[in-house]
Design a protein around this ligand. Structure first.
Ligand SMILES: NC(=O)c1ccc[n+]([C@@H]2O[C@H](COP(=O)([O-])OP(=O)(O)OC[C@H]3O[C@@H](n4cnc5c(N)ncnc54)[C@H](OP(=O)(O)O)[C@@H]3O)[C@@H](O)[C@H]2O)c1
Length: 194
């Protein structure tokens, strides 16, 4: 079974892991400026409150301008096997998801961190979607057809169920600079089969 052994569980405090993504109609996540603009704005709205660990792929980290940082209520971990030092404005370098689990689930951060937010990109989303801690997908669905060259990975919409409404999440169609979007949350249903 995919259950963690009792020994492993006893070492870590489990943390909720949420994915945050802005995608247009074809589930494209890169190239249009508004994907990033609306995405970052909604991210800041969502992480207000307690401290969060934001998890970035190396490519996504460097795709964001310095002006993005600092973000409120956020510690930043960058995933990479090629970097040897923590990038400017980031706090931690992780070489795999096990590193992330240890970082967020063990002292000293375990007491501080409420949620791990997976910021992308596609490579990191793919692994996060199958991670046992991943229980929510925050998808800002931008109702437009942008030309994109990176896409959000397919996920099982029978396992992750679209919520009709969700605390703290605006419902209905939003609009910014003539661009319409919806803030959707998909919640993982934990059944006997998992
Ligand atoms: N619209 C949105 O919401 C959104 C969100 C995020 C990103 N994006 C876009 O997506 C683009 C990047 O996506 P991407 O898929 O090309 O790259 P990415 O996922 O951001 O970064 C990939 C890199 O991260 C590191 N990495 C990923 N998984 C790892 C793991 N399990 N362990 C260790 N290192 C790991 C590796 O770095 P090393 O090669 O250094 O080992 C890998 O090459 C960005 O340009 C951005 O514009 C859009």
């Amino acid at each position: 079974s995919s259950q963690m052994s009792g020994e492993e569980i006893s070492h870590y405090f489990m943390k909720p892991m949420s994915l945050m993504v802005a995608a247009c109609n074809n589930m494209g996540i890169r190239k249009h400026l508004w994907l990033t603009k609306i995405g970052v704005k909604y991210l800041i709205h969502s992480i207000s409150g307690k401290m969060n660990l934001l998890l970035w792929g190396r490519v996504t980290w460097y795709a964001h301008p310095e002006s993005t940082f600092p973000l409120p209520n956020a510690l930043h971990a960058v995933l990479s096997n090629t970097l040897t030092t923590v990038p400017d404005h980031a706090h931690f370098l992780c070489k795999d998801f096990d590193d992330v689990v240890r970082l967020a689930g063990e002292p000293p951060l375990a007491d501080l961190i409420e949620t791990i937010w997976v910021i992308g990109g596609a490579v990191v989303y793919k692994e996060a979607l199958s991670h046992p801690w991943c229980d929510l997908i925050y998808l800002t669905h931008i109702m437009a057809n942008f030309d994109c060259d990176v896409f959000f990975p397919d996920f099982d919409r029978e396992q992750f169920i679209l919520q009709e409404s969700f605390p703290g999440v605006p419902s209905g169609v939003q609009e910014e600079n003539g661009i319409k979007y919806k803030c959707q949350v998909f919640k993982k249903m934990i059944g006997d089969a998992v």
